[in-house]
Design a protein. Structure first.
Length: 252
């Protein structure tokens, strides 16, 4: 029970990495608040977990939603120890092909959302004597990837924001780290590949970028999040962890 007595708020918790993280945290003894734009998937995950889970609909890019969810978390569970900023969007495009609306949406969710969530929970973590913030970045936040201008820019911002927040909050015993996944078997990735002109070829090419020969599973990422939320990582802050099947090892 590595997260016994901890209270965690996880965004984008209805599917994919967020769902796997919520289930992993609950297995390790945490009480979890599940946040996402759609209530139905959150309720399904909460049903798997039981009374230790609270599903709350909200958009991380809307400050009013963020304030309401954080306030309800404190009211329901009495405190907060961990924030997992997992909510995100991926819209492919180059500097020329991106629409302004797509670029704005990417920045609003992937960057502004991380900032709004952190800003809202930091006072509660400080009052608790410390805590852990785990941000989901990407290998695209560590290196350039073709056709990912908005996404790469947003995840690069998350990586650097993580390091800045870690520096600012260290004296308060609030640790801030980020996970940089390679391609993971999620609904988002499946939908992206399905829309490719040749989905089978698109999948084969992307699998080939990972020396371990497979896409990641959501549970691979959740395992790292458990470590970063637990006291096992008490001397870890400001770090970016590539959990990527060797993807970045071939590029550096």
């Amino acid at each position: 029970m590595r997260l016994a007595k901890k209270i965690a708020l996880i965004t984008g918790a209805g599917t994919g990495i967020g769902r796997a993280t919520a289930l992993a945290f609950a297995r390790e003894g945490a009480r979890v608040v599940l946040m996402g734009r759609r209530l139905a998937p959150l309720e399904a995950v909460a049903a798997e977990i039981g009374p230790a889970a609270l599903p709350l609909a909200g958009d991380v890019s809307h400050s009013a939603d963020v304030a309401r969810v954080v306030a309800r978390t404190i009211e329901h569970f009495g405190g907060l120890d961990v924030l997992v900023n997992n909510a995100g969007v991926l819209i492919a495009g180059t500097a020329e092909s991106h629409r302004e609306a797509d670029f704005d949406l990417t920045m609003d969710v992937n960057v502004k959302g991380v900032w709004l969530m952190a800003k809202a929970v930091i006072p509660h973590l400080r009052r608790a004597g410390g805590g852990s913030i785990v941000n989901l970045s990407s290998v695209g936040g560590l290196m350039g990837i073709a056709n990912r201008v908005a996404y790469g820019a947003s995840k690069g911002a998350v990586t650097i924001m993580t390091k800045c927040m870690a520096t600012d909050l260290a004296a308060d015993h609030i640790r801030v780290n980020c996970i940089c996944p390679g391609v993971v078997e999620t609904e988002l990735v499946a939908d992206f590949i399905r829309k490719a002109p040749d989905p089978e070829a698109a999948r084969k090419v992307r699998v080939g970028l990972h020396p371990l020969g497979r896409f990641g599973e959501p549970e691979d990422i959740a395992a790292c999040a458990v470590f970063l939320a637990s006291d096992e990582s008490s001397w870890v802050t400001g770090a970016a962890f590539p959990i990527d099947g060797g993807y970045t090892a071939t590029k550096t």
